[in-house]
Structure formats: structure tokens, C-alpha cells
Design a binder for this molecule. Sequence first.
Ligand SMILES: O=P(O)(O)O[C@H]1O[C@H](CO)[C@@H](O)[C@H]1O
Ligand SMILES: O=c1cc[nH]c(=O)[nH]1
Length: 239
Amino acid sequence: MSTPHNRAQKGDFAATVLMPGDPLRAKFIADTFLENPRLVTDVRGMLGFTGTYEGRPVSVMGSGMGMPSIGIYSYELYTQYGVENIIRIGSAGSYTDKARLFDVVLATGAYSESSYALTQSGDGADIQLPDPELNEALRASAAAQNIPLIEGVIHSSDVFYREPSGEKPLYWERLRDEKGCVAVEMESFALFHNARVLGKRAACLLTISDSFVSPEITTPEQRQTSFTAMMKVALGVQL
Ligand SMILES: O=P(O)(O)O[C@H]1O[C@H](CO)[C@@H](O)[C@H]1O
Ligand SMILES: O=c1cc[nH]c(=O)[nH]1
């Protein structure tokens, strides 16, 4: 079997898949953390690997950037490959001085202006939720490794580069103050939605890579390789 976007065969993916946006971050995780990793798909360069971590089977695959991209890959993993749990592990821009560079955020909800859920299933809600049991397992993994988590609603945006509107407060200040968003990324709203309509589980951990509040920024190399705390929390999940 294969899909238009995935050449893996049935049984090639573990029940739990970690999904960074960047396929090279998936390769880094496979090379650094997995025992006996094997490449199971590389269609369009979207690398997916399966191996074990501390003896537990696990897969890691890039999602690409944005909701249309993770929408495709997660839908196929859930419906064609028997995947039960997807844990997104991404980078995010902070909307608050409480979340600093390299802090790890556990999403308790994903707010979005996106039409993804409405188009996919007719769901008009502007917030999609992660699976509570998966979040509990991530909290337990983080606690066991003494890795602090900041919990909060995140903003899943369709737009990375926005034209300045001149309005005050700024759009991200409104999202922080009115919707409670602590950080912005671009995929979780669609991932949480797909999981829910398909009866599967999803969660999201983010590492702060830059800040809207103060001019801090990480390099592409750091984004690819230095988000190890988040990776260890996701890999340490016991389900
Ligand atoms: O680091 P990843 O997982 O790609 O996540 C964030 O980075 C990308 C934007 O630079 C978007 O995909 C956003 O969600
Ligand atoms: O989507 C993202 C990810 C990191 N930083 C941002 O500003 N946006």
C-alpha cells in the first residue's frame, strides 16, 4: 500500500508518532534518540522513521508547515496506518514574557481564525482541544525528567508574515489578552480537529524559538537540534 503522500507499508508506523514541522528535525530525532531507526517514507522529502525508544516502538515524521500540510499527513497516518497518537513537537513565537526562549509549552487548546475545521467537517468552533489523557502522559513524562512545562492555549495561525495594520493593541496582544494565547504556531488546530473527528488522540509540545514581546531569536541550526527537552518529554510518554 501507499498513499499519494506516503510510501510506507501497513505496519511501518508505530501507534505513537512524533511530528515536528521540519523533516530534518525528524531525522535528527531518529539519529539521536531512536534505537534501530529505519526510514519508512520520504515522499516529497517528508521523512518518516520508525524505531524504538527505551524499548517502546515509536515513529517520527515531519508534518510540513501549516494546517493544509499537517491536515494531509495526520489524516493519512490516522486512517491508513493505524496510528493512535500524534504528538506535535514544534517551534513557537511567544506572546508573553512568561514564556522565554527555549521554554517548553504544553498546549491546553489551540485557538485559530482558520477555516480548516469548518471546511473539513462543518465544525465552526474557533478552539480545538488536545486529548486530556495524552496531555496527562506528557505531564508525567516531563515531571519524571524534571523538565518544566508552561501550560496554555496556543494560537494556530495561517499566516507567518503579517502586514502591520497600525491598530492598537497589536493583534497578538489582543489574542493574548482576550483569548489567553501564550504563543503562536501553525498546525495544532488542524491536528487536534483531525484527531477528534477520527476518534484518535493528539497533543502538542512547543519550544519557544522567538518572542513577540522581546527581540530574542534562535538560529535555524538551534531550531533543528536544540529542542531536546521537548523531544525527551514526547519520547518519554508511556501510554
Ligand atoms: O518548527 P515547526 O514545527 O515547523 O513549527 C513552527 O515553525 C514553522 C514556521 O517557522 C511553522 O510550521 C510553525 O508552526
Ligand atoms: O509559527 C511560528 C513559529 C515560530 N515563531 C513564530 O512567530 N511563528
